[in-house]
Write a protein that binds this ligand. Structure first.
Ligand code: SF4
Ligand code: SF4
Length: 182
């Protein structure tokens, strides 16, 4: 069974493979090593308030351009954390006891978080739809954080996400095109 290897930076999907995005046969552009260097440089120097002002439009633009249903890279290769309210909500939705839900789908990772036993996520359908979409974990609701200050506050996390999520890549690419220096 493939090991769920969590990344050190919390508040994120957990890395389930050691390979990078280029082994995932992504249909969209994602950040390569050179891009990551460029975006790291940008994020370190950008004015936080100027970036935050740009995010809503760029977030919307990225979601119009990139169809998550044609991607599902996050659900195929990573696990969200299943926090206590998530477990309660989802197990109720599935008419399962919480303990049964946990035993069936989850393991505890090295950080003490519940994550899926293996990837792809067991709730991902072959059509890339999430079978528990209405009650999915809060990590899934918020991912990829392109409309939150997490994007600028958690730079390491943002750069990692840009390596597999074309939406994060798109937002960073557009942001770094304009002068948003502090
Ligand atoms: S959030 Fe990013 S990685 Fe996940 S499906 Fe959408 S584009 Fe792909
Ligand atoms: S719960 Fe749904 S949205 Fe979250 S990783 Fe699984 S399939 Fe994707």
């Amino acid at each position: 069974m493939e090991t769920i290897q969590s990344i050190s930076d919390k508040f994120n999907f957990h890395l389930s493979r050691s390979g990078n995005c280029f082994s995932l046969h992504m249909p969209f552009n994602v950040a390569n090593k050179d891009d990551q260097k460029k975006y790291k440089h940008f994020l370190e120097r950008a004015d936080k308030n100027k970036v935050l002002k740009k995010l809503p439009n760029l977030h919307e633009e990225a979601f119009k351009k990139i169809d998550c249903l044609s991607c599902a890279s996050c659900c195929k290769n990573y696990s969200p954390r299943f926090k206590t309210p998530d477990v309660k909500r989802i197990s109720k939705h599935l008419a399962m006891k919480e303990s049964e839900f946990i035993d069936t789908y989850l393991i505890v990772d090295e950080d003490g978080d519940f994550v899926v036993r293996s990837t792809p996520c067991p709730f991902l359908g072959v059509d890339n739809f999430c079978s528990i979409y209405e009650v999915r974990p809060s990590d899934c609701v918020r991912f990829p954080y392109t409309d939150e200050d997490v994007l600028i506050k958690r730079q390491k996390l943002t750069l990692k996400n840009a390596s597999f999520c074309p939406i994060v890549y798109h937002v960073l690419d557009k942001l770094s095109e304009v002068n948003l220096k502090a």
